[in-house]
Design a protein around this ligand. Structure first.
Ligand code: ADP
Ligand code: ASP
Ligand code: MG
Length: 408
């Protein structure tokens, strides 16, 4: 019998009405004869509300208690959804991350899954039950509850799909597929029928929040087919899978952006390369994602991070000031990154130039421009990010495409 993992995000389980609706979908799939494992997120904006509650009590809550708190959101969803399934006359059982056998490392708040003991899930599937698992959480080797970082339910779903050797992993969300840019803000974005793990990973890494980058890496490693579909309407959605043909040419896939970015600029250091390497290691060991640019003309190291990581990174920098050998730093938040995402981008110098031209023409203030093989990224004020994304989408000819990628 084939196994299918279905993941439903926050909006999809945002109310009891919606839970009843998706219960129909799950039962429909079960009736086709598959074993079904369902992974769910917390209802609607529950996780944001829980974060806010913690902030009302402490500006720097302990990571252990934060994870204890945040994991409760998913627990509400699994029990309610399981009740909705039982109401439909099917057998179903809910599991927390720990009950599902998910073990993580001990980086609380941003933990990575280390192993999954699927025996309990398998047991229940063998009894003909639908298993509903809380996304975004696991247990450390000390027995504490850990969470996987925001958007982490996608990772729970793909990891379970791999461990259970599932035929596919269906990601149900509030859009009907992956688009050339975020369709909520870039109105001329168009749906991509299928794309490779690599291209999906590039889009997600640069900010396309429809899938968590870690989930895509995992799916790629284990060749799990991902279907991104709407929870509310029927249709094909987007397939993310292995590349059908290898592409060596340059092309632009889409425009992605990240909001709530902070910048730290470090100056007056002795050895910039060693500072950059040490800092990268420090941040990586805490799973903090950062872009670090060295500006040679003024000898400044610029670090771009999520605003939520600012306090952590500042305290690392202060604590390690002597080891990192720098004298000055300054920072600001309220920024955003907007990226033109594609392949072999650096081998086409015209792309960076065009990004600058388009933004300049539209009077968007550009604070910094960086490039990598998958993107040209401009740092802008948060208030200008949507207009920047729309203009770049148009500027790179993405407004009217029907094909999967734009060749430049
Ligand atoms: P879920 O709660 O289901 O995990 P998310 O909010 O994490 O949903 O992801 C879905 C959202 O991703 C969409 O509402 C959309 O605004 C956003 N998004 C960003 N970039 C893209 C893109 N390129 N294609 C589709 N959706 C995108
Ligand atoms: N509930 C968590 C979040 O809001 C995890 C998830 O939805 O994937 O980030
Ligand atoms: Mg998500």
């Amino acid at each position: 019998m084939s196994t299918i993992v279905q993941k439903f995000g926050g909006t999809s389980v945002g109310s009891t009405e919606r839970m009843k609706l998706i219960a129909n979908r799950i039962v429909e799939e079960k009736k086709k004869g598959h074993d079904i494992v369902v992974v769910v997120s917390a209802m609607g904006k529950t996780t944001d509300t829980l974060v806010q509650l913690a902030r009302e009590i402490s500006s720097n809550p302990s990571k252990r208690e934060m994870d204890m708190l945040l994991s409760t959101g998913e627990q509400v969803s699994i029990s309610l959804l399981t009740m909705a399934l039982q109401e439909q006359g099917v057998e179903a059982i809910s599991f927390t991350g720990r009950q599902a056998g998910i073990q993580t490392d001990s980086i609380l708040g941003n933990a990575q899954i280390q192993s999954v003991d699927t025996s309990r899930i398998r047991n229940e599937l063998d009894k003909g039950r639908i298993v509903v698992v809380a996304g975004f959480q696991g247990e450390t080797s000390d027995g504490d509850i850990s969470t996987l970082g925001r958007g982490g339910s996608d990772t729970t779903a793909t990891v379970l799909a791999a461990k259970l050797k599932a035929d596919r992993c269906d990601i149900y969300t509030d859009v009907n597929g992956v688009y050339t840019s975020d369709p909520r803000f870039v109105h001329k974005a168009s749906k991509i029928a299928s794309l490779s793990y690599e291209d999906m990973l590039s889009l997600a890494t640069m900010g396309a929040g429809v899938l968590h980058p870690r989930a895509i890496k995992y799916a790629k490693e284990h060749q799990i087919k991902l279907f991104i579909k709407s929870s509310f309407e029927k249709g094909m959605g987007t397939l993310v899978s292995v590349e059908k043909q290898s592409h060596s040419e340059i092309y632009v896939i889409g425009v992605a952006f990240k909001e709530n970015i902070a910048r730290i600029s470090i100056s007056e250091f002795e050895d910039g390369d060693s500072l950059q390497a040490k800092l990268m290691l420090e941040l990586a060991s805490r799973h903090i994602q950062a872009d670090i640019y060295k500006q040679y003309f003024n000898n400044v190291l610029t670090v771009l991070i999520k605003e939520k990581d600012l306090q952590d990174v500042l305290s690392i920098l202060h604590k390690e000031k002597n080891n990192l050998t720098y004298r000055n730093l300054e920072y600001e938040n309220g920024l955003a990154k907007v990226s033109v995402v594609g392949r072999n981008i650096t081998s086409h110098p015209g792309i960076k130039e065009k990004v600058c031209k388009v933004l300049l023409k539209n009077k968007v203030k550009v604070k910094l421009v960086g490039e990598s093989s998958i993107s040209v990224t401009a740092v802008v004020e948060k208030s200008e990010v949507y207009i920047a994304a729309e203009r770049l989408h148009a500027g790179f000819g993405l407004d009217f495409i029907v094909t999967e990628q734009v060749h430049v």
